[in-house]
Design a protein around this ligand. Structure first.
Ligand SMILES: *[C@@H]1O[C@H](CO)[C@@H](O)[C@H](O)[C@H]1NC(C)=O
Ligand SMILES: *[C@@H]1O[C@H](CO)[C@@H](O)[C@H](O)[C@H]1NC(C)=O
Length: 395
């Protein structure tokens, strides 16, 4: 059975049937057979590491299986490259540690690195038990704070699939993607309370060819955030909220940032979010560009600032206000964006005085405020508007 068939199988068809087909000389490493204890207390890090290493050292497609049950697991790194390809099936629930050391001084809970054609799936859950750590988050006061650990870190993966997983209450970002090329995230369900701090759903940086679809993200912070170096990213059929919406940025905070380009956000619904579709850059002298973004067929339900470009983003309120952002925003299309805004100003395009936004397209925008008309405002934004324009376009 070919690799693509295995992916298909893992995604769509019942998993055990899938595994038996993988058969033919390939191995299934059941963590329980290697000593994993599903009592919700015993630390299974070593067992999981051992099981992963066995699968990783074999040729072909090898499955790590974590069956039903609740498994506690400390911060763990699953590191490739592997001889073959690993399918990591989480059917049970993994529980993060709640001690302070595992909460504040590490940069991951579960980390997968340097693998090609990794599949993570299984319908199980990762419970980050973040409420033990959230009180240590200081990021609202200090922009240089050390973030709390993401539940799932994916670093330097290629051609990989993450499918059919639930992550709840991460201490930090739920899924952190860095340095990846070719990653599909399908049917992920990310959940945390509306007031949990900096618990973004999916955070992407320095990665390309990432395809997110059919996700439900309700984590209280950005549903998806795209930081420098995010290129060729598709976000389709995502339901987002409560949280801060879909964000590009914040950008332009440091010298030599990579550009953001080729982002397609389609057929998403934002519910009660604090922003809708937002591009944010700091008003600092560091140049980069944002180009080729499309936001299409988006439904807003009671969203603050549904369409927003903010080139004077300032997080903790103590930024230099006089400067202009040097991030050039260009070729951004908003098409068929409709629904309700919970602020009267439904469209805000606040660009940089010295690098005005170029080639902005607003087409068929239909956003109401309190059942009545909303307003829009533009600063240094150039482009065209056509089709329905509610609020009236400021371009
Ligand atoms: C997700 O995993 C569950 C349990 O393993 C399985 O029953 C279900 O069919 C899977 N769903 C998808 C969309 O793959
Ligand atoms: C993103 O969508 C486009 C079609 O709109 C497709 O051609 C491209 O391959 C997709 N990218 C990924 C990484 O799936």
């Amino acid at each position: 059975m070919g690799l693509s068939a295995v992916f298909h199988c893992v995604c769509i068809i019942f998993l055990l049937a899938c595994i038996s087909e993988v058969g033919a000389g390939k191995m299934v490493f059941n963590a329980v057979k290697y000593g994993a204890i599903a009592d919700g207390k015993t630390d299974n890090s070593e067992v999981f590491q051992n099981v992963f290493n066995r699968a990783c050292q074999m040729e072909g497609i090898n499955v790590v299986l974590i069956p039903h049950g609740r498994y506690m697991l400390g911060p763990t790194v699953f590191k490739g490259p592997c001889k073959g390809h690993v399918v990591f099936l989480i059917v049970g629930t993994l529980l993060a540690p709640t001690d302070i050391a595992s909460s504040v001084n590490v940069d991951h809970w579960i980390s997968f690195q340097y693998m090609d054609r990794l599949v993570i799936g299984g319908g199980g859950s990762l419970d980050g038990r973040g409420s033990s750590a959230w009180p240590y988050n200081s990021c609202s006061k200090r922009p240089d704070c050390k973030p709390l650990p993401p539940s799932l870190r994916l670093d330097f993966l290629t051609n990989s699939w993450i499918t059919n997983l639930t992550l709840i209450n991460s201490k930090g970002v739920h899924i952190d993607v860095f340095g990846c090329d070719g990653l599909k995230l399908r049917h992920v369900n990310l959940i945390a309370p509306a007031n949990s701090p900096n618990t973004d759903g999916i955070h992407i940086g320095s990665s390309r060819n990432i395809d997110i679809s059919n996700a439900r993200i309700a984590t209280g912070d950005d549903c998806v955030s795209l930081s420098p170096g995010s290129m060729y990213i598709n976000i389709t059929n995502v339901i987002c909220g409560p949280g801060h919406g879909i964000s590009v940025g914040s950008l332009g905070r440091s010298p030599n940032e990579e550009d953001v380009r080729g982002v397609k956000v389609k057929a998403c619904t934002l519910i009660g979010t604090a922003n809708g579709l937002r591009i944010k850059t700091w008003a600092l002298p560091y140049a980069s560009s944002v180009l080729g973004l499309t936001f299409e067929n988006i439904i807003m339900e009671h969203v603050n600032n549904p369409i927003m470009i903010d080139q004077q983003y300032c997080q903790a309120g103590n930024c230099q206000k006089e400067g202009d952002s040097q991030v050039q925003i260009q070729d951004v299309k908003y098409r068929n964006i409709r629904g309700t805004s919970s602020t009267k100003m439904a469209v805000t395009l606040k660009c940089s005085r010295s690098k005005p936004c170029q080639k902005i397209v607003l087409r068929d925008i239909n956003l109401l405020y309190n059942g009545g008309p909303a307003t829009s405002s533009c600063f240094y934004a150039k482009g065209v508007a056509y089709g329905i324009q509610r609020p009236p376009s400021c371009l």
